[in-house]
Ligand binder design. Structure first.
Ligand SMILES: Cc1cc2nc3c(=O)[nH]c(=O)nc-3n(C[C@H](O)[C@H](O)[C@H](O)COP(=O)(O)OP(=O)(O)OC[C@H]3O[C@@H](n4cnc5c(N)ncnc54)[C@H](O)[C@@H]3O)c2cc1C
Length: 167
């Protein structure tokens, strides 16, 4: 933070503009002396946001990789019955925005969970039962071809359907 402010106030470009860091005190940091280390700490704690497409805190990767937290089926490596299904599994920031890939991960995660509930251990799209796939390489589960959901899933579906008024 201090380095960034220094650069902004000391580069020739900013100096030409007469730019300097605002002397308005950030609401929430009024009781901390302005521009001290404590002030910058207060500033960061009060004003930081996860705006810039934060990813990778639970990165997907090979189990041998020291950076990997989840495997390619979103399972936390070394922990049973725990998956992470959100933007954090992206190993690198995608070139485009993050929301669409996040939704894709969620769709994939839902498919994986349904398959797991149905007792399939194979990864869809690799060696899984062909009846659950629309075509080679296409991993969507076709409801009409899929085996009936187990009772626990039926009750969840019923609750979701009734919430949204669907029969
Ligand atoms: C201001 C802003 C603008 C954006 N604009 C775009 C855009 O235009 N296009 C685009 O593609 N992407 C955009 N993004 C990025 C996109 O929104 C994210 O990549 C996406 O929402 C990440 O989804 P997520 O499920 O990983 O996390 P989130 O959507 O952040 O979901 C995390 C959820 O966990 C909940 N939570 C947190 N802690 C706990 C806890 N302890 N217990 C229970 N629940 C908890 C939170 O309430 C939240 O609902 C934007 C992000 C921001 C912040």
């Amino acid at each position: 933070m201090k380095k960034a402010v220094f650069l902004a106030e000391n580069t020739t470009t900013f100096q030409k503009l007469g730019a300097k860091f605002t002397d308005s005190i950030l609401p929430g940091c009024e009781n901390v002396p302005f521009r001290t280390d404590a002030y910058w700490e207060c500033y960061l704690r009060t004003f930081s946001v996860t705006l810039h497409h934060i990813v990778g805190t639970c990165a997907m990767g090979r189990s041998s990789s020291p950076d990997a937290v989840v495997d390619t089926e979103l399972r936390v490596i070394g922990v049973k019955n725990l998956r992470v299904v959100d933007a954090s599994v992206m190993p690198v920031v995608p070139v485009s925005n993050t929301q669409a890939p996040t939704i894709m991960i969620a769709e994939r995660g839902a498919d994986l969970l349904i398959l797991a509930h149905m007792g399939h251990t194979e990864r869809p799209g690799t060696t899984g039962p062909a009846a659950n796939h629309t075509a080679a390489g296409d991993n969507r589960i076709v409801p009409s071809q899929a085996p009936p959901p187990p009772p626990v899933l039926k009750s969840v579906l019923k609750a979701v359907n009734s919430k949204f008024g669907v029969n």
